[in-house]
Design a protein around this ligand. Structure first.
Ligand SMILES: *Cc1c(COP(=O)(O)O)cnc(C)c1O
Length: 382
């Protein structure tokens, strides 16, 4: 018997990768292969029935009028901004604690990305957004980060007061709600991502644009398909940014089972709270029952931790994979992008922030193992 490698408690070391990518296939292998055969035998590859069915089901799930499959959420944000009427030279405000893709979409729209601070829940700080508004500002682009929806009542009032559009980066927030309303349905338009490790992932890249506006939906439909209208006429410049029909078939299959995924993630968040809430050195995200205004779906479990880098190393030694969000820097901190801001709150946060494992194949017992490792690191059997 080989039991040379043991954790601090004398328990065998577990292997808990941050995200177990093969599981995204192995867990449903037979059904996925059957789907592949079935779609392949029909030769239904681009803009076919499976895609339309998925778009209808997704729109119904969100309580939105229109959902349009696109190649990825980054393209989706670009198409949404353009279709909503953001023009070259406009300023668009976003939280610097987001993926670089949020800012890239603004940039490729010809507009100016204006990064601002995040608040205590790590989402855009409405006061910071208000302070960044200039006569050239035309839109707010809040990121619904880590599966949580921002206070859209406050952002909505701000947008109304200044005549701004809202376009949501809901890449991480499928099914997340604020006051009962789903992320992605608050503004002019929104984008959702189906990257494999996202809440609803496919086996490659994929995304969707969500909107209640028929004009925006039509323009995104053209923009993703070479500028062609439904009748095939070229009505403007467009991209090739369509969601593959095979991926759409996989996503539609998974959307039917999505409720269980959300429940699992919320259960794991509850388990993290139970095992870590007494540790003074870490700050946890709001719990699933923290505030009736928010229904969080926990795309990620993002904590703040004292001596973060040492903790990360100690967890690695116990077989636990963690991640620094966005490679360890907020968008404005990547010098190559030339955004040149000082955002002290965000910069301080990025020296403390850490993503713990959070995915549907994790068990509450695994969470207890992670919690024990963190408690041991800070030196107590609390
Ligand atoms: C993943 C992600 C994106 C980009 O999504 P893609 O589908 O990979 O283009 C944008 N914004 C946020 C917040 C994300 O997490």
């Amino acid at each position: 018997m080989l039991t040379a490698v043991v954790a601090a408690r004398g328990e065998p070391i577990r292997s808990l990768p941050f995200y177990p990518y093969p599981q995204a296939f192995l867990g449903e292998e037979d059904d996925l292969v059957a789907l592949f055969r079935e779609v392949g035998r029909r030769g239904a590859f681009i803009l076919q029935e499976d895609g339309r069915r998925f778009e209808d089901n997704l729109a119904r799930f969100l309580g939105a009028r229109h959902a349009l499959g696109v190649a990825n959420a980054t393209d989706g944000l670009l198409l949404a901004l353009r279709a909503a009427g953001v023009r070259p030279g406009d300023e668009v405000i976003f939280s610097s604690h987001t993926m670089v893709a949020t800012a890239a979409a603004i940039h490729f729209c010809g507009a100016v990305p204006v990064p601002v601070e995040c608040g205590e829940d790590h989402l855009i700080d409405p006061d910071a957004a208000a302070a960044a508004i200039t006569p050239r500002t035309t839109a707010l682009l809040p990121t619904q980060l880590n599966g949580r929806t921002a206070d859209m009542a406050e952002l909505g009032r701000l947008a109304d007061r200044h005549g701004l559009m809202i376009v949501e980066d809901a890449a991480q927030a499928l099914g997340s709600r604020f006051r009962g309303q789903c992320a992605g349905t608050f503004g002019a338009a929104a984008a959702i991502s189906f990257y494999p490790a996202k809440l609803l992932g496919c086996l490659g890249d994929g995304g969707a644009v969500i909107t209640n506006d028929a004009g925006i939906a039509a323009r995104v439909g053209e923009g993703r398909d070479h500028g062609r209208s439904a009748t095939g006429e070229v009505v403007g410049w467009g991209l090739n940014s369509r969601l593959d029909n095979l991926q759409a078939a996989i996503l539609d299959y998974r959307l039917q089972r999505y409720g269980a995924v959300v429940e699992r993630r919320r259960t794991l968040a509850r388990a993290y709270r139970a095992t870590l809430s007494a540790v003074a050195e870490v700050l946890l995200p709001p719990g699933p029952a923290h505030d009736p205004d928010h229904f969080d779906v926990f795309q990620n479990y993002e904590i703040e931790a004292e001596r973060r880098d040492d903790l990360r190393e100690a967890l690695r030694a116990q077989g636990i994979g963690t991640l620094l969000p966005w490679g360890g820097r907020a968008v404005h901190q990547w010098e190559a992008l030339g955004l040149q801001r000082v955002l002290p709150v965000t910069e301080k946060l990025f020296a403390r922030v850490l993503l713990l494992p959070m995915h549907p194949w994790l068990t509450t017992d695994d969470v207890e193992y992670v919690g024990q490792a963190i408690r041991n690191f800070y030196g107590g059997r609390r």
